[in-house]
Design a protein around this ligand. Structure first.
Ligand SMILES: [Zn+2]
Ligand SMILES: [Zn+2]
Length: 274
């Protein structure tokens, strides 16, 4: 029996004798199945391959990024945030080894894990068991949890302060339960929003975007984009971190407002002539 991991999205499935027939996350239109065919691995196989390791980098005071190299699955970065004596893991990655556990324990371990959306569920249950932490996932995305666990706490409504000083906001869009993490004390009290794929930092890092599917380039309705911008307008944040180690460094709330206007104008045909 093994817990199989899809190599395209990095999501781990419950213990089974044979790999699942397909990956539900990848078969859905927001992801894609490997053109060479569905492929599986396990954490044990990855650990035996000495190429993999996790890089932990301090990004700024009380904020660390955790990224697997070489890149695995979608290649996202998770973040460890220290706030009010608690350590929170925002989003998750698949790979975990003794060296990572040692380094994270040196930083104080993990008290809670919170997820932006199903593309980063990865090996969240393994991480939660290893560090004895609960996992916070919005109830609207419950159907996308491939490996059930009684450590998962499904939250409802539009926001949840799950740790003092750290609040989840359900913005939806990319996924119905898509959430961002607001950290008002981050960046020396100027405020940080960590957004996963829910608000995406684009190539020009003074701008962001909002998509239903990034790999398949399916946009969101104008009404939803306006709603996301309105929902964060009154939150105090100066900086955004996305899931790929990219940031809007300053004036990030203004960047969200201006980007939403541009996006809607493009959808309505008023941004440019073509
Ligand atoms: Zn997959
Ligand atoms: Zn995604």
């Amino acid at each position: 029996m093994s817990k199989y991991i899809c190599t395209t999205c990095g999501v781990q499935y419950p213990e089974s004798e044979h790999p699942p027939e397909s990956c539900r996350i990848c078969k859905e239109e927001r992801q894609y199945v490997n053109p060479l065919g569905q492929d599986w691995t396990t954490l044990e196989v990855m650990q035996a391959n000495s190429d993999f390791k996790n890089e932990i980098i301090q990004e700024e005071e009380n904020l660390f990024s955790i990224t697997t190299t070489p890149s695995f699955g979608i290649g996202q970065t998770a973040y460890l945030i220290r706030e009010n004596g608690s350590n929170v893991l925002w989003d998750c990655i698949t790979y975990l080894d003794q060296e990572t556990i040692r380094k994270i324990n040196e930083l104080g371990g993990i008290d809670a894990i919170a997820l932006s959306h199903p593309h980063y569920y990865s090996a969240q249950v393994k991480w939660a068991e290893t560090f004895d932490a609960p996992i916070y996932i919005h109830r609207d995305d419950q159907e996308w949890v491939m490996e059930p666990s009684d450590r998962i706490e499904f939250w409802s409504d539009e926001q949840l302060e799950f740790t003092r000083g750290l609040t989840l906001h359900r913005l939806g869009g990319h996924f119905k339960g898509g959430a961002v993490l607001h950290w008002p004390n981050g960046n020396s009290g100027r405020g940080i929003l960590i957004t996963g794929d829910i608000i995406q930092v684009v190539a020009d890092s003074e701008w962001v975007s909002f998509m239903y599917s990034y790999p398949n380039q399916i946009p969101l309705p104008a009404k939803k984009v306006a709603d996301i911008a309105a929902r964060v307008k009154d939150l105090k944040f100066h900086r955004i971190y996305n899931a790929f180690h990219k940031t809007v460094k300053t004036n990030a709330n203004e960047a969200v407002q201006r980007s939403a206007k541009r996006y809607i104008s493009a959808l309505q045909g008023t941004l440019f002539k073509t």
